[in-house]
Design a protein around this ligand. Structure first.
Ligand code: PAF
Length: 283
């Protein structure tokens, strides 16, 4: 596996593969890789002849009070994992390569970016959309793989690519979970042992609430019961919300779901760690 840090080097590699009629999939990451990322790489390998992983901790998606400074960084360990996973090329640009002096263009969003994460992390999706648009245009890959763990992000990226006619197909990959159901995430490393034990309740409550909804409990009652349970276990609950799975429009009943399926999404805090998760609600 080769590591490149500049756009011309990245493009040269991808263009050469395309000239040989090989397909290319890209897996964007911020490093601190875990099994969840490796499952995205595995899906990329199934779909394409060549796999590029990007590693860039994007300062523009961290709020002033967020964890940019303490975000785990270990490029050598990440590179070892990617090499073993069969990645062909690691693209790891520095901040100056991504945002050189004079950089001013950003992307403003609506639709699936409204509410949920945006209420609690203003500016987050503008930062994500800006860097993802850059990474996709830089790489020119055929497919890009994003985890369903960040479900709102996945829909924001799908909208972005459709609206800006970016020629990469966005592929969603199922969330990988620990044995007790906790969604794999780089931020799980921040949890103390006691917090780690409480953390799995998030997925448990999402599943219980989804079951209640499917078995006919009124949406408002099922969500209120789930919220109450989350509030017992977590230090702060940002939201538990039932949305349409395709648009993230709010749903107040499973009887009228424009896309035919729902998604239940939640965000909570344990100490200084914020956790998000979501599950499908299919009738
Ligand atoms: O999900 C992530 O790790 C990041 O938000 C992404 C998509 C790599 C953009 O920085």
């Amino acid at each position: 596996m080769r590591t490149v840090r500049s756009v011309p080097d990245l493009r040269q590699a991808v263009d050469a593969w395309h000239a040989d009629r090989e397909t290319v999939a890209v897996v964007p990451t911020m490093g601190a890789l875990h099994g969840g990322h490796l499952s995205l790489v595995a899906l990329a390998r199934q779909r394409a002849d060549r796999v590029v992983t990007t590693l860039f901790i994007n300062p523009r998606q961290f709020g002033p009070a967020e964890d940019l400074a303490r975000y785990p960084r270990n490029e050598a360990a990440d590179a070892d994992l990617l090499r073993e996973a069969g990645v062909d090329l690691l693209y790891a640009p520095g901040p100056d390569a991504m945002y050189p002096d004079g950089f001013t263009t950003t992307i403003s969003l609506g639709g699936p970016a409204e509410g949920l994460e945006t209420e609690h992390r203003p500016g987050f999706f503008e930062g994500v959309a800006t860097v993802v648009a850059k990474l996709l245009l830089q790489a020119g890959a055929d497919d890009a793989i994003f985890g369903e763990k960040d479900y709102q992000q996945l829909l924001v990226v799908r909208r972005l690519v459709a609206d800006l006619n970016i020629r990469t197909t966005i592929v969603g990959a199922p969330t990988l979970r620990e044995a007790d159901g906790l969604a794999m995430s780089s931020r799980n490393a921040y949890l103390s042992d006691a917090e780690r034990q409480r953390a799995a309740t998030l997925h448990g409550v999402l599943q219980e609430t989804a079951r209640a909804l499917v078995s006919g409990t009124r949406a408002a009652d099922a969500v209120a019961a789930g919220l109450a349970r989350l509030e017992e276990v977590f230090d702060t609950v940002d939201y538990l919300a039932l949305r349409d799975a395709a648009t993230l429009a709010p749903l107040d009943t499973l009887d009228r779901m424009p896309s035919g399926s729902g998604r239940l999404l939640a965000a909570v805090h344990l100490g200084t760690t914020r956790l998000i998760d979501n599950v499908a609600v299919d009738t």
